[in-house]
Design a protein around this ligand. Structure first.
Ligand SMILES: C[S@@+](CC[C@H](N)C(=O)[O-])C[C@H]1O[C@@H](n2cnc3c(N)ncnc32)[C@H](O)[C@@H]1O
Length: 276
């Protein structure tokens, strides 16, 4: 028996991984975070599966359901929004499972940062502008460690992906203007992948008024950085004709290598160095 922590992606059911879908289709118990996981993916569950929304449950209650499945030898699909490793609260569940001797695996998902960048049609790492993305949150009930407060992080000038902070956008702007400048581009991406998705784009000087006018108060990712606005950046070295690398030697044939179609890829054969 295994508990599978599955990242469901940001909201669009088609952004669930094939691995996550197959597990949802076969697990007899599905525990899903109802507030942010699209119900469409649960329609893929077996007819006899038990499907429980954990939004109203506490940690002990969730673990009790898992222990019951464990006693019955039933696999569990534990479905979280986005990628479960980012503010997914899987750490405390994993700690309990390890103490109970229950096996688990984590299946990654599309995080809201990647989904928001995709929705905007932007790259978050541009040569000469920023090569670092800081995924962070604004302090709420969960305090931030002092060394990770936004002012400290802002000193790097990196691209920022700020979670759980839209109701404190005015404070975020106050913290960032001294480091990024009032004209720095900002995007507030609301419920990306859901039918009511919205993106509000502006600068640190006008984003607060725009977001207030749109009445966005939850489930929004705040992206900040000059990568969002600039067309004035260097081409990367990856496709630079003057730069040879192991997959593109200096002297090469005119046509790109044709790929011979093979049997479906195994998980370990899907990544290669030197390509993006
Ligand atoms: C508890 S965190 C979960 C993050 C999630 N595990 C992920 O990988 O994106 C919730 C916050 O993530 C961001 N978020 C999650 N889903 C989103 C979506 N569909 N659109 C925009 N932001 C989203 C928002 O900042 C939201 O307040």
């Amino acid at each position: 028996m295994t508990v599978y922590f599955i990242g469901a992606g940001p909201g669009d059911p088609e952004l669930l991984t094939l691995k996550g879908l197959k597990l949802i289709q076969r697990c007899p118990l599905i525990l899903y975070a109802g507030s942010l996981v699209p119900e469409e993916i649960l329609a893929e569950a077996r007819d006899d599966a038990e499907v429980l929304d954990t939004a109203s449950l506490n940690l002990d209650e969730i673990i009790a359901h898992i222990e019951r499945a464990h006693a019955n030898g039933q696999d569990v699909a534990r479905v979280h929004s986005g990628d479960p490793s980012i503010y997914g609260a899987i750490g405390e569940q994993i700690r309990r499972l390890e103490a109970l001797g229950i096996d688990y695996q984590v299946v990654p998902g599309v995080t809201s940062t990647s989904a928001s960048a995709a929705a905007l049609g932007r790259e978050l790492t541009l040569s000469g502008i920023s090569q670092t993305v800081i995924m962070t949150r604004y302090a709420g009930k969960t305090p931030m460690p002092e060394r990770e407060n936004l002012v400290s992080l802002a000193q790097h000038g990196a691209t920022l992906a700020i979670h759980l902070g839209v109701t404190r956008l005015h404070k975020i702007v106050d913290d960032l203007v001294p480091f990024y400048g009032a004209d720095c581009p900002v995007a507030v991406c609301y419920r990306v992948g859901w039918p009511d998705e919205q993106h509000i784009t502006g600068t640190l000087s006008d984003i607060v008024a725009q977001v207030r006018a749109a009445k966005i108060t939850r489930t929004a990712l705040i992206l900040v950085g000059h990568v969002l606005g600039s067309a004035d950046f260097r081409d990367s070295y990856l496709y630079d004709a003057e730069q040879a690398h192991v997959y593109r030697p200096k002297f090469k044939t005119d046509a790109p290598r044709k790929v011979k179609r093979a049997a479906p890829a195994t998980p370990s054969s899907t990544t290669r160095q030197g390509d993006a």
